[in-house]
Ligand binder design. Sequence first.
Ligand code: NAD
Length: 362
Amino acid sequence: MDHRLVIVGYGTMGVTHFEKLADVDGVEVVGAVDIDPAREHYAAEDGLHVYPDLEAALADDGVDFVFVCTPNDSHRSIAEAALRAGKHVMCEKPAMLDSEELAAVTSLAVATGRVFAVHQNRRWDEDYLSIKHLYDDETIGRIGYIETRVHGSRGIPGDWRARKAQGGGMLLDWGVHLVDRLLLMVDSPVVGVYGRLSFVLGKEVEDGFKAYLTFANGVEALVDVSTTNYIPLPKWLVQSVRGTATIDDWQMNGKVLFHAETLDEEDDAEPIAAGAGMTKTMAPRKVDFKALVANDPAVEFLPLPRVDTDVKGFYRNALAAADGGAPLLVAHAELLRTMRLLEAIEESHRTGQVVAFEPAAP
Ligand code: NAD
């Protein structure tokens, strides 16, 4: 039997899920709830049954799934009411405002035997999967340094995203994605977290942040979110001692440059004139980065891995979990670890100290 789903919050993401779920087998979007009459009107135009309020939707025995697509501060009350009414829940990110709320809701899901699946959709982004492929396969050797970044130049939108009480700010907006993916990729405890939040726009929420993470296996990572940078930097930059890879944009433009030998086997470069001086340490290689051609025999360009990906795997997994126990791809323990790490970044900003997040065993 098809699952019958109601979307709560028929704004940007509510409509997106309505459209994306249209060709997912085993589920039908049957209704919507919103507090804004204009959005109720759109939902009705899309052919959905518009419930007068959440209670009416939850009282409908013909509905077994609720998708929470409202601003962040209302996720908890809606998810808890839905779970208590015996409905399964898909929920937009950030699942909750903090780890305490998250632990309460995931416990309730377990107690009620209902699914609570959080839409960490950026796990399905091709740029992430391409970098993860390089990391797992050690294509350019063992990656020891990672930068994961998303930059814009439009500031914080003027809606609920600019209000602290509603869960605004870049930690919960983009941080929750970037940290989630990083923790999946680097399978090692995080021993240290240093974070700096940015408030250059003078709002009550952070307009960006930088966090430096040290993993027990020696990997170092920079998580970098800004809404005030007009000149794009790479979304990803990863380094081993034998190679570097970048992905520049959403279109998967990027490069992988690999040094086949070890650096020790190479002669020193000839000194070159550079700025007001000379350098051989920083002498560039003879490489055309636009044409991706290396005229230096020691290095070569490799293709950036391309990975087939389909974000609808999120919906299919949540439905399979409801049908009979498929494990959730976005596991509750992973969500909690990410949320706690975001809190460690805030703590580090507040105290000016490195936070020992998951201290290594003595
Ligand atoms: P939005 O402002 O466009 O839409 C929110 C809708 O919820 C509005 O129509 C509003 O009227 C309605 N609403 C508010 N309170 C409500 C309540 N108590 N009951 C019913 N309806 C209510 O916001 P959005 O951009 O769609 O964001 C919604 C959620 O999706 C947020 O949690 C956000 O973080 C998340 N989001 C996720 C992604 C992603 O890629 N995963 C992208 C954008 C937003």
